[in-house]
Design a binder for this molecule. Structure first.
Ligand code: SAM
Length: 259
């Protein structure tokens, strides 16, 4: 039985055997690992995981695919299937998790944001995602792709693009190419921040109006004089824009503006 791919669930199956093997090799799996696989689909990656690691917890939202997966992997005692939405699945009772996912493009950002809430339970996240999003995750200050999501991801993880994946590796073929990405969870966030809420508010507000100079886009967060003083203290020009600031700069700015 071959259920018809559901576009609404971002079902583009990875059919290229070479890429399947390349993904497994890149994940550096150990016999002792517990892996959460998001969206196992037809189990193309799952079958390799089951042969390699201690435990695989697969989270699949599609009932028809779940029925297939249960049948397919019945002989494997290390396989657990959750018929669930990953965005509603608690990972709180796990530790040292590896996450592996070829996730639908339209929820890549919510999934990464959701997973990072469980960063204490996770060691590393491996994701197949749209090439442009991967570029944003690793982008640094002063580049066009750099934005609030780059800052958010780099605050908590060490992101790395491992290799590209052509759209022809999937069926049905998506419009865009993909990248396979590693997000290593950092033991402590990349920069020291006293008030994380303020830090991310500054970043979001700054990038929401990325063409504006920072002193204007942050005018509702702090008085202009205080902002100007904070930029001077960091040796930054009064006309900088959010895209010019590193995480360290944002952290210092938040430090100056808090309290
Ligand atoms: N891993 C398979 C592969 O590589 O061929 C399937 C990848 S396909 C791009 C995405 C999979 O995620 C589909 O099986 C889809 O049903 C599932 N999915 C979509 N949204 C989901 C969600 N919110 N929670 C869990 N699984 C989801």
């Amino acid at each position: 039985m071959h259920p018809k791919p559901k576009k609404s669930l971002g079902q583009n199956f990875l059919v290229d055997k070479n890429i399947q093997e390349k993904i497994i090799a890149a994940c550096n799996l150990k016999k002792t690992d517990t892996v959460v696989e998001i969206g196992p689909g037809k189990g193309e990656i799952t079958k390799f995981l089951l042969a390699t690691v201690k435990k695989v917890v697969a989270v699949e939202i599609d009932r028809a695919l779940c029925e297939r997966l249960v049948e397919q992997f019945r002989p494997y005692p290390n396989f657990t299937l959750l018929h669930a939405d990953i965005l509603k699945t608690s990972l709180a009772h796990y530790k040292n998790l590896k996450i592996i996912a070829n996730i639908p493009y339209y929820i890549s950002t919510p999934i990464i944001t959701y997973l990072l809430q469980y960063r204490k339970q996770i060691k590393v996240i491996y994701l197949t995602m749209q090439k442009e999003l991967a570029g944003r995750l690793v982008a640094t200050a002063g580049t066009k792709a750099y934005g609030s999501f780059s800052c958010f991801t780099q605050f908590y993880t060490q992101p790395k693009i491992l290799f590209p994946i052509k759209n022809t590796s999937f069926w049905p073929k998506p419009k865009v190419d993909s990248s396979f990405v590693e997000l290593k969870i950092l033991k402590t966030p990349r920069v020291k921040v006293k008030d994380e809420e303020l830090f991310f508010r500054i970043i979001r507000r700054g990038f929401n109006q990325r063409r504006k100079v920072l002193t204007n886009s942050l005018a509702t967060i702090a008085p202009i004089k205080k902002l100007q003083g904070a930029l001077r203290g960091r040796n930054l020009s009064q006309t900088v824009r959010a895209e010019d600031l590193s995480l360290e700069d944002f952290a210092r700015l938040a430090g100056c503006l808090s309290g």
